[in-house]
Design a protein around this ligand. Structure first.
Ligand code: GUN
Length: 300
């Protein structure tokens, strides 16, 4: 069988994110000039989860890179649900702050749903509050969840055709798969896809993913998407990020996604690598949401 595609191109999230961050920095400077203070994001980190600490630190660093203010609020593992809810109440009222996030996962004694509901929708720059999710479904102005919104921006940056394409999203999480399926089906660009949302109970997964013109892998299982699951010429977006032990690396591990890159990439027209694909875009979307929140605060 002859191959239709001989080379693939990378959906480079670092390049796209850097380009968007230039505009975000300009926007931040404008807000500062009008309001006398820069956009301000706070991140709440409860406990000592290593990966969460790394993510939060990169969010704080990204804020600095575009001229935002940022605050890292660390709370001990022993923090009670009531204590966290009380802190959120304070942050909701804090006029010095445009938006905040509570990094997930939380310690098991804290209900993440209660936490999400407690965050004021107009400071919910993660876009997780039901009011923001509902507004997204209706196509109303809202804070979009960062990862799917970052993927949309990545598709836009590389002018990927989406109208009429079959998009298969694997994974139905509240923060990635489900909102991704909604954004790809909206009457907009990027959008207008026919969307299938696959999950752990889907039958004949490989048969379904092989029909995808656009395949978004958000399963959370290392290298689960293999070459036999991908159509020639597909656009593949890998949302997963996993540390795999690797003795040949100085760090002792390497990062892989949900897609087995080496065997899948040669079949693709475009593919978002791990690392350097979706990851930088997620943080860029958080910055975009924070800038938007700071503009709202100014106009209201
Ligand atoms: N944990 C993993 N991804 C995210 C995210 O986008 N936001 C928050 N708050 N926690 C996360």
């Amino acid at each position: 069988m002859s191959s239709l595609v001989t080379t693939y191109q990378l959906l480079d999230g670092k390049r796209c994110g850097d380009a968007l961050r230039v505009d975000i920095a300009t926007g931040a400077a404008e807000v500062k000039a009008k309001r006398g203070r820069a956009p301000h994001l706070a991140a709440v980190l409860v406990g000592n989860d290593g990966a969460s600490k790394t993510y939060v630190e990169s969010k704080v660093k990204a804020c600095e890179s575009v001229g935002f203010r940022s605050s890292l609020i660390r709370m001990p593992e022993s923090t009670t649900e009531d204590e966290l809810l009380a802190r959120i109440k304070q942050l909701n009222k804090d006029k010095d702050l445009d938006g905040f996030i509570v990094q997930l996962p939380l310690p098991s004694h804290i209900d993440p749903e209660k936490v999400t509901l407690a965050i004021s929708p107009d400071k919910d720059v993660d876009g997780f509050h039901p009011e923001n999710i509902g507004r997204m479904v209706l196509g109303l102005d809202c804070f979009l969840p960062a990862t799917p919104s970052g993927i949309v921006e990545l598709l836009r940056f590389y002018h990927i055709e989406t109208a009429g394409k079959h998009a298969v999203v694997v994974g139905r999480s509240h923060i990635v798969g489900t909102p991704m399926s909604i954004l790809l089906s909206r009457n907009a660009y990027p959008g207008n896809c026919t969307v299938s949302l696959a999950h752990s109970r889907s039958k004949n997964l490989a048969e379904l993913t092989r029909q995808a013109d656009i395949l978004v892998a958000a399963v959370g299982r290392p290298e689960m998407i293999t070459a036999n699951m991908v159509k020639e010429g597909a656009v593949v977006v890998d949302v997963g990020i996993h540390r795999i032990p690797d003795a040949s690396k100085k760090s002792g591990f390497r990062l892989v996604g949900d897609v087995k890159f080496d065997e899948v990439a040669p079949k693709c027209s475009w593919i978002a690598p791990v690392p350097g694909g979706v990851g930088p875009m997620t943080i860029t979307s958080l910055l975009l949401n924070t800038l938007k929140a700071s503009r709202h605060a100014f106009s209201s």
